[in-house]
Design a protein around this ligand. Structure first.
Ligand SMILES: [Zn+2]
Length: 336
């Protein structure tokens, strides 16, 4: 089988390698990958120097959907021919969060890599079956971006009628947050430095589009719309103080990223007088993913997809993601 792998720790270019087909051990399944979605996390494995020399070559990719082609011993919940999507969460199964939930808070949390391949060896218990009405391309978009956004909205206790603020509404988690907040009955306020991208997100359900990347300008525009119940902050940096400033009393800001800066400033006085809540969150749970699959199955959620690439062009796909000119998920189609 072909895989797309990082072969050095100083380049995010992917090399196509031939590998022997995986063999499932007890509890494992082999999935023929029909769609794999890209996420910025795939690049951070290189950029954060997370790989050791022994890890190379390294096949990235946490989002995959396809068909089960082989199962190991002791696997009963999925079988050959089942269409599935993988929940990329890897948890210890024994800590208090694995026992009592939510499992994405597992103290030994990690997430799957290996989706950029014709076949993927996975933990069968992490596979979610796809109803016939859910396309594999839509399914592959769900696990990381959409599950992360969904869990953040839940963590912020988003309810119908709430106003949800999403700085950077045109990125993967941003679009997902807008679509899912709308689905929950909330009003959405989103920002982007690109008017063209905002138009695309408005078509996907964004109620108030603010065309700016300047935090002061955005603050004024949001205040004109009204107080915010929940801020979904996947950017970090200066958007953190902004995201907290615009909250109503006892409002919540949920943080899942830091592409705009890791050590943000915040107004402590506004925080305590406003009784505001700042919550961290990463990824989501398998039941969250199952819920999203059911939203996709009944037509309530249509993930926004950008372009797709054959596996031989995986490097082009990664560069496209890095250039951030697209709106929606980029996919690799390994069987194309
Ligand atoms: Zn655990």
């Amino acid at each position: 089988m072909r895989v797309a792998a990082f072969t050095t720790d100083d380049s995010t270019d992917l090399e196509i390698l031939d590998r022997s087909d995986p063999t499932p051990a007890s509890g494992q399944a082999v999935v023929r990958v029909e769609a794999a979605a890209l996420n910025h996390r795939d690049l951070w494995t290189i950029r954060d120097d997370r790989l050791e020399r022994d890890d190379l070559p390294f096949v990235p990719g946490g989002d995959l959907a396809g068909t089960v082609v082989e199962t190991g011993p002791d696997v009963s919940r999925v079988g050959d021919g089942d269409r599935v999507v993988l929940c990329p969460l890897e948890s210890c199964g024994t800590c208090r969060f694995c026992r009592e939930g939510p499992e994405n808070m597992c103290e030994a949390y990690s997430s799957y890599d290996g989706a950029f391949a014709e076949r993927a060896l996975v933990d069968a218990s992490r596979l979610v079956r796809l109803p016939d009405s859910v396309d594999v391309a839509d399914a592959a978009a769900l696990p990381i971006a959409y599950t992360t956004a969904y869990r953040m909205l839940k963590r912020g206790e988003t309810a119908a009628g709430d106003r949800v603020f999403v700085p950077g509404a045109t990125g993967g988690v941003g679009i997902a947050a807008v679509q899912l907040a709308s689905l929950l009955g909330a009003e959405t306020v989103g920002t982007s430095r690109s008017a063209t991208k905002l138009e695309r997100v408005a078509a996907a359900g964004l109620d108030h589009a603010i065309h700016s990347s300047d935090p002061d300008e955005i603050r004024d525009a949001v205040e004109e719309i009204g107080d915010v119940d929940v801020t979904i902050n996947h950017l970090g940096g200066p958007y953190t103080r902004l995201g907290a400033d615009v909250l109503r009393t006892n409002g919540a800001m949920v943080v899942c990223g830091r592409t705009a800066g890791r050590y943000p400033e915040i107004d402590a006085r506004d925080l305590y007088f406003g009784h505001k809540r700042i919550l961290g969150s990463t990824l989501g749970t398998q039941p969250d993913l199952e819920r999203l699959v059911s939203f996709a199955a009944d037509g309530r959620l249509e993930p926004v997809l950008a372009d797709e690439y054959p596996i031989a062009e995986a490097t082009r796909a990664v560069r496209a993601m890095d250039e951030r000119e697209h709106v929606g998920k980029l996919l690799i189609r390994p069987q194309a």
